[in-house]
Design a protein around this ligand. Sequence first.
Ligand code: PRE
Length: 270
Amino acid sequence: MQAVTLGPEGTYSHRAASSVADEVEFRESVTAIVETVADGEYDRGVVPIENSIEGSVTETLDALSDREVAAVQEIVTPIRHALLARREDFSVVASHSQALAQCRSYLESEYPDADLEAVASTARGVEHARENPDVAAIGHPDNASGDPDLSVVAEGIQDRTSNATRFFVIAPASEQSEAGGKSSLVVYPNANYPGLLLELLEPFAERDVNLTRVESRPSGERLGDYVFHIDFAAGLYEERAQEAIADVEAIAENGWVRRLGSYDTEHVLY
Ligand SMILES: O=C(O)C(=O)C[C@]1(C(=O)O)C=C[C@@H](O)C=C1
């Protein structure tokens, strides 16, 4: 199967995508990946959702509320970052903003004077480091293999050894499934009153459905107006999930509820 993910070659997304697809193509942004899968150009896309240190990948959440796709699998993978450079006296560290944030304490203590440059992906940062000896990159250590000019200056530089990122494997909306141990919803209530969030969550608590994540993102419509991303540990085939969603739909009657579908989790090591 073919999948599209964040490029260029060598990103963590590429590694995650390789576990579900034998052919991987690249795009420059998560939004472009979600768009191309929503349009049916690709059967599968792989996008980062959330990191154990830095939290949600907000561009992904926003793309998932703007476009209709299905989440058909969840991939959880440990993230062990390396510092890659042509020489040890660099002045700039380039990487994806998530990776820079995951190594914040290390960079502050070891390279307090370095300028941090956020680029489209870790592998894009590696390209900069290859081209410019003043630049070091944060990425997977294998990005240095086969390149005699690029060395691994340090390994395991993430601020916690438990660092892990969760990815969604996405598919066109028609492939939404009811089978799986977890499910995701995006809810826009288009309302704002005391107790709204409590009301949205109660249907799950009442039916003993465990919520695994609740995230709010600004709707962009007006200040204080939110879209909620809700993940829970039940399949959409289950009566308790269907009933909870029916309640949520009634509360969000002036807005909308998008089902990303149900999926299982795969833990990938590399
Ligand atoms: O830049 C990459 O290598 C990516 O695949 C993106 C990404 C992310 O957005 O979180 C994926 C995993 C790591 O958490 C760091 C960066």
